[in-house]
Design a protein around this ligand. Structure first.
Ligand SMILES: NC(=O)c1ccc[n+]([C@@H]2O[C@H](COP(=O)([O-])OP(=O)(O)OC[C@H]3O[C@@H](n4cnc5c(N)ncnc54)[C@H](OP(=O)(O)O)[C@@H]3O)[C@@H](O)[C@H]2O)c1
Length: 259
């Protein structure tokens, strides 16, 4: 029999996808199932978690014992208790991928208030830190265990239009991943920084607004096409599989840095 040194790297691994019911999460979940991993999805709405799990099982019937999910609202004031509850349900994991993100916090500076700024941070940074704090108690202290955070290309590439708060959040996540790679070693910690990816994250713009925004972006970027979740999923897979990668930020952004 031929060796399977590469294709089996994720087989049998338990991977928790926090915010795993969105566009990016579903693609990563599909890839993980295809590579033989066990996928546990989480997001705030139980009905969405159930629907996405059911769709995965329908697409991959042979993987029905490798797909499960639990609701956990990260925007709640009880976020810490919610996360404790999530990990009690999930148990031991080999990897945690954090990709939860609520409505895009594009707030012009003059409209920022303490309350709005705290709300911007709750799901993307505050809850991320708490998931890492609590989640590491459920991980082996091993370089084959890893955590992947999700930032964004905005951390390196400023654009006009009220993105300053999101740039700070993205840059903070890059720094957090690098620092935690030391603090949590030998568990690996990395960050994926997507450019524009075609998912529901942009639905707040409305169908017409989104079409216009994507068309304008595509007229400038080298690939000529906004990123698709199936493209970006590769960045997460790489972070999980390369036991030598820690403290790095992986960019997948249609060549955005070149424009
Ligand atoms: N798409 C892009 O262009 C892009 C670019 C840069 C960075 N990113 C980042 O990539 C990550 C994934 O984005 P996506 O494009 O897949 O977005 P998406 O389709 O909107 O998915 C977001 C995920 O976060 C979950 N979520 C939202 N609020 C939550 C809460 N209070 N508690 C728990 N989970 C919550 C959503 O599920 P529920 O709503 O059911 O809770 C969903 O599973 C986000 O962090 C986003 O900021 C995306």
């Amino acid at each position: 029999m031929s060796p399977a040194r590469f294709t089996n790297k994720l087989a049998g691994q338990r991977v928790l996808l926090v915010g795993g019911t969105g566009g990016v999460g579903i693609s990563v979940a599909q890839a993980l199932v295809e590579f033989g991993a066990t996928v546990i999805l989480s997001s705030s709405r139980a009905s969405k978690v159930e629907d996405v799990c059911a769709q995965l099982v329908s697409d991959y019937p042979a993987a029905k014992d490798r797909v499960s999910g639990f609701a956990c609202d990260l925007a709640s004031p009880n976020v810490e208790a919610n996360i404790e509850g999530l990990f009690k349900n999930v148990g031991e994991v080999d990897h945690i991928v954090y990709m939860a993100g609520d409505r895009l916090p594009t707030i012009p500076l003059e409209e920022v208030t303490l309350e709005k700024w705290q709300k911007c941070n709750q799901v993307r940074t505050i809850a991320a830190v708490l998931v890492v704090k609590i989640g590491t108690k459920y991980m082996k202290k091993d370089r084959h265990s890893s955590i992947v955070l999700t930032g964004g290309s905005i951390s390196e590439k400023p654009i006009a239009g009220g993105w300053s708060m999101l740039a700070l959040i993205g840059a903070g996540l890059n720094g957090l991943a690098r620092q935690l790679a030391f603090d949590l070693a030998p568990i690996r910690v990395n960050c994926v920084a997507p450019g524009v990816i075609e998912t529901d994250l942009w639905q707040g713009m409305g169908e017409e607004g989104k079409k216009e925004f994507f068309a304008n972006h595509e007229s400038k970027i080298p690939t000529g096409k906004v990123g698709q979740p199936v493209d970006l999923a590769e960045a997460y897979l790489y972070c999980l599989k390369d036991a030598n990668a820690t403290g790095i930020v992986i960019h997948s952004n249609s060549g955005t840095f070149l424009i």
